[in-house]
Design a protein around this ligand. Structure first.
Ligand code: SD4
Length: 325
């Protein structure tokens, strides 16, 4: 058994037993239902998560933290201008502006977020700077952009020819549909646990295509699009942000794990709560992924078609999650 794993087992076990937040009962429930995995483990939303996981894995293997890993991992999707749901090349709002949302959390409970950010390719890195260099958690719009520029980020027109053409096409009907089909996603959320057992998470998106100007979804909201509590685990949501915002899906999922549910059970219960609160849930998609303190993972969605990429124990594979419908 490798030394890092032996140390982790030791730390992991002690951590669980001594953790003040877990009752004996919930601790026993978790231990019965899940195992302790070889670390690191990385899990990300959608197909683009596979490449992002590879990048994150490289960072961890070269001594980076889980925070470095999730940041650098999702930056791939942000920089890919063929990905029309994240960063450069994202689909614009109904007025033709590409506006980005992102947030990041580390194992110490620190959090940073930017919303409604324009002309900056890497909102996740700006969110990290907000976390590390300001007394705040969230900056929005012009203020977030001003901060990014002060921090040395370069500005760029993020509206690609393809996204502009799609917007022109959309304007012919200008139908406002707050419905996200399963084919129409790519927001990237990532959770990583390193060999020391430290969990971090990141989430970045250009949000719903052709949204109202000023609209912000769940992705940059701590507890909605992302939540990490290193004593328990982390969760990331994707899909119709409005539904996630109303039910704080990621926070809820972590709280279910705190109470002894496995990541898979917690994901399912968080989606069930969301559907109980939304009678029209059959009309939209929300998916969630989760990772616990022992490297166990879960994924669940309302509709079929939600994919996630899991990098664990020498493999990095995309799978379809279980779903409600
Ligand atoms: C949003 N949750 O802005 C994001 C969209 C998304 O995959 O996740 N798309 O509502």
């Amino acid at each position: 058994m490798k030394k890092a794993r032996r140390n982790f087992l030791k730390k992991g076990t002690l951590g669980i037993v001594s953790a003040p937040f877990l009752s004996i009962g919930s601790c026993a429930a978790t231990e019965n239902k899940t195992s302790i995995k070889t670390l690191p483990v990385i899990i990300s939303t959608w197909d683009a998560g596979k490449e992002a996981n590879e990048e994150a894995f490289k960072i961890l293997k070269s001594g980076g933290t889980s925070l470095d890993a999730v940041e650098k991992g999702v930056m791939l999707a942000e920089a890919d201008d063929t990905n029309q749901y994240v960063g450069d090349g994202g689909k614009p709002d109904r007025d033709g502006y590409v506006t980005l949302d992102a947030c990041i959390m580390d194992w110490k409970g620190n959090a940073g977020s930017v919303c409604f950010l324009e002309n900056i390719v890497h909102p996740i890195s700006v969110a990290r700077r907000v976390m590390e260099k300001t007394p705040h958690v969230m900056l929005v719009g012009e203020g977030a952009k001003q901060f990014a520029i002060e921090e040395g980020f370069k500005t760029k027109n993020l509206l690609t020819q393809q996204s502009k053409m799609d917007w022109e096409e959309w304007k012919k009907t200008a139908e406002y549909r707050p419905v996200i089909n399963t084919e129409n996603h790519d927001t990237i959320g990532m959770l990583a646990i390193d060999e020391k057992g430290n969990i971090s998470g990141a989430c970045t998106t250009s949000g719903m295509a052709f949204k109202m100007r000023g609209r912000v979804g769940d992705s940059p909201i701590i507890g909605a699009g992302l939540f990490v509590d290193n004593e328990v685990g982390g969760a990331v949501a994707t899909g119709l942000g409005e539904a996630v915002l109303r039910t704080l899906t990621s926070f809820l999922c972590v709280e279910f794990m705190r109470n002894g549910k496995t990541p898979q059970e917690a994901c399912k219960m968080a989606i069930e709560r969301l559907t109980q609160k939304h009678k029209n849930y059959k009309d939209f998609q929300v998916g969630i992924i989760a990772l616990d303190k022992n490297g166990n993972t879960g994924a669940f969605a309302i509709q079929e078609g939600f994919t996630y990429a899991l990098s664990a124990e020498g493999k990095n594979e995309v799978s379809h999650s279980e779903s409600m419908i």
